[in-house]
Ligand binder design. Structure first.
Ligand code: PLP
Length: 402
């Protein structure tokens, strides 16, 4: 691609830079033969779900990998969140960041617990611990931190607030499988943590999730709740639901885990490539993964300084879409700007200045095992072209001033 002519952009009549759409969150697939071997095993055994050997093995491998006592696998991350919330006896109000995937808030609201949205800090987009205490009321029972894009929350501060105010501490670690914090793996913090193994996540089981915890009693409760509360063949001890992970999903998870080092290496290579290519594009900065920590490098997030680029984040994303790069505005517009929360808390934005600002600045780019190095070169040339002609594109195509 010619790196200097905006006439080449498809919005000006050129052909899209990519023939086929490049998506954020295309699945990382492991070894196909190994998956088929495991499928045959399931078929021969004729044991499809209900605490099968694949599910058991997957739970043990995940727990060993993280270094946590218990892993309870589930059908998806949202149900895992709901069950963890219920098993922790959360009621009334729970403090959560608004800058997250909607499921974090919904898992509370679904059980008629009010999510109280807290702001995030610009440093790493995680919940702003300095703003939490002001949001605690007599109805508050817990805090849910979200390790956004694999960046682990401020564990020390959060644990201290939870201890001091007698609150339960849960983490949504959907993005953080394989990420560490001061050398300790995400999944070991707070009262419990929740993982997602959705197809778009770093490790996938098609659909899946888990609750991980070091608390024996909590683990026992979560395990009962995911199986209707059954405590024996004809005995039910709790209200439960169906949160079980089936054998095929667990097999997929095991194959993913066997390939985890390859996934990390490829994601890391992609991240380094993006970092190198975008280093000289002024106004765009790639959010870094902490150097000294383990990371899964699964999210390539770019922050736009529109005073420098002369073109807004939304317009950059729009032009990328025209070029078949399906960049995503994770997590726009924040939970507090979506229903039912927008109606419940029409003035939430006043308490969320950083969320309001940051949700307009970032977008995510494709990475993972299905992206090639040449794709990254091309995406970065496009970005360079868009930004170096930002003001011009803005004027001619969007007909407005920034
Ligand atoms: C993906 C995700 C979830 C939900 O997980 P599912 O497995 O899709 O139900 C929850 N929270 C966050 C932050 C997520 O990214």
């Amino acid at each position: 691609m010619n790196g200097s002519k905006i006439q080449n952009l498809s919005i000006f009549g050129g052909v899209p830079a990519f023939e086929e759409k490049l998506h954020v969150g295309r699945p990382n697939l492991g070894n196909r033969d190994e998956f088929i071997r495991r499928l045959n095993e399931i078929w021969d055994r004729n044991w499809l779900t209900n605490s099968g050997p694949m599910e058991k093995e997957f739970e043990r491998r995940v727990a060993d990998f993280i270094g946590v006592k218990h892993c309870i696998a589930m059908c998806n991350g949202t149900i895992a969140l709901e069950i963890a919330i219920r098993a922790l006896d959360l009621t009334g109000e729970v403090i959560v960041p608004s800058f997250t995937f909607i499921a974090t808030a919904h898992a509370l609201q679904w059980q008629e617990i009010t999510p109280i949205f807290c702001d995030i800090r610009s440093k790493d987009y995680t919940i702003d611990t300095a703003k939490i205490e002001k949001m605690i009321t007599p109805r508050t029972t817990g805090i849910i931190g979200v390790h956004i894009w694999g960046r682990v929350c401020d564990i020390v501060e959060l644990s201290e607030i939870a201890r001091k105010r007698n609150l339960k501490l849960l983490f949504d670690a959907s993005h953080a499988f394989g990420c560490s914090h001061y050398g300790r793996m995400a999944g070991t913090f707070g009262d419990a943590e929740v993982l997602s193994f959705h197809a778009t996540k770093f490790i996938n089981t098609f659909e899946g999730g888990a609750v991980v915890t070091n608390n024996d009693e909590l683990a026992r409760k979560v395990r009962l709740m995911k199986n209707f509360g059954f405590m024996g063949t004809d005995n039910v001890g709790y209200v439960g639901t169906n949160g079980k992970m089936n054998e095929v999903c667990a097999a997929m998870g095991l194959v993913s885990l066997e390939n985890i080092n390859d996934f990390i290496a490829i994601n890391r290579r992609n991240y380094e490539k993006y970092r190198q290519e975008l280093a000289d594009v002024s106004g765009l900065s790639l959010l870094p993964f902490p150097e000294r920590e383990k990371s899964n490098y699964q999210y390539i997030t770019v922050e736009v300084d529109e005073a420098v680029t002369g073109i807004k984040r939304d317009q950059i994303v729009d032009v990328l879409h025209h070029e078949n790069v399906q960049a995503r505005r994770y997590f726009y517009p924040g939970c507090h700007n979506m229903e039912p929360y927008r109606s419940y808390f029409p003035h939430a934005n006043l308490l969320l200045p950083n969320t309001e600002k940051l949700m307009r600045k970032v977008f995510s780019l494709p990475t993972g095992t299905s992206i090639k190095e040449q794709d990254i070169n091309k995406i970065c040339s496009l970005l360079r072209l868009i930004v170096s002609n930002g003001k011009e594109i803005n004027r001619r195509f969007y007909c407005n001033d920034i």
